[in-house]
Design a protein. Structure first.
Length: 322
């Protein structure tokens, strides 16, 4: 971790003195209230979940203070967080590291090449830690049980405007302070009509044998109002495997009103990636209403075979310039 921070500081000091330094500041917050209709006395979700985990009382899932500085072909980003997401998902990180969302330096090596050094959002999967960027209010099983963040070096190459390739040297599977060398890959392709394909991989030893993991998703614009998304995960470790999948159908009824249905499954019978074995199928419906360009109300109705029925509501405020 100290080496990563040192590299970030070195990159900042290397900026050309004649260039103008540009700053941006922002804030982001997502509050929520969740209730289990099946177990109405529950105060918290199972520990296999990392987002919207508190039940029957309002809480903040993620609050961010965002900062960036850019000069010439360099950009430095430092985003710091609080909320129940960071308490749960970064529980293994020591001290102040629990509050780092990202801390990295980006260098545009050439028009088609970029290098990122530091702590950054994960390259894996469709869904991120920021709820506003996701199709459904709750995260799918495959999002909750794959990395949300990573530490290391990422080299990005865009041979065309519609294709991007990425290779990463990482400190492990979602960690800042621990070092277990790992590699990551990503390929993203998008055509002129908005069809998008993404395939991401990870390989590294997490202490129980070599872990090999792949995530794939495709987004298919059916029309100007309908978007269909298919996602699939497969992981292997010590001769055992887990897998999951999800499909989303989003209908933009109005510019300010959107509906997203999700059907998903997850199967980890030998508790490789989870703390307990799990096999489940769930369905959900998310209703989004945009109050302003910077504020959104989200409501979700969810049913799963294992956990029963839940309802969640959230208010998202995005005061970031980008």
């Amino acid at each position: 971790m100290k080496k990563v921070l040192f590299l970030c500081l070195i990159t900042i000091s290397a900026w050309a003195q004649t260039d103008t330094l540009h700053y941006t500041f922002g804030a982001y917050i997502e509050s929520y209230y969740g209730h289990s209709l099946t177990n109405p006395q529950s105060r918290e979700k199972s520990e296999i979940f990392y987002n919207q985990t508190t039940l029957n009382q309002p809480a903040v899932n993620l609050g961010l203070i965002e900062f960036s500085a850019s000069k010439s072909n360099w950009t430095f980003r430092g985003d710091f967080m609080l909320g129940t997401y960071s308490q749960k998902n970064l529980a293994s990180e020591p001290g102040l590291l629990k509050h780092i969302y990202q801390l990295n330096a980006q260098l545009q090596l050439a028009p088609k090449h970029q290098l990122i050094v530091g702590i950054m959002p994960s390259h894996i999967g469709l869904e991120s830690a920021k709820n506003r960027e996701n199709p459904s209010f709750s995260r799918s099983y495959i999002a909750e049980n794959s990395p949300y963040y990573e530490t290391g070096l990422a080299w990005s190459y865009s041979p065309t405007k519609r294709m991007n390739l990425k290779v990463l040297a990482l400190t492990g599977w979602q960690t800042m302070h621990r070092f277990r060398p790992a590699l990551g890959t990503q390929i993203t392709i998008q055509n002129a009509k908005g069809l998008r394909f993404n395939s991401s991989g990870f390989i590294g030893d997490e202490g129980k044998g070599m872990r090999i993991f792949y995530d794939n998703y495709v987004q298919i614009p059916i029309s100007s109002r309908f978007l269909w998304t298919l996602c699939q995960d497969t992981g292997f470790e010590s001769g055992k495997f887990w897998h999951g999948g999800a499909t989303f159908l989003t209908w933009k009824a109005k510019p300010s009103l959107k509906f997203t249905g999700r059907l998903e499954y997850f199967n980890d019978p030998q508790a490789i990636i989870l703390v307990e074995s799990l096999k489940d199928v769930s369905q959900s419906l998310t209703v989004d209403y945009e109050l302003k360009s910077w504020s959104m109300l989200r409501t979700e109705f969810k049913h799963s075979v294992k956990w029963g029925n839940e309802i969640s509501m959230g208010l998202l405020l995005n005061l970031s310039p980008n």
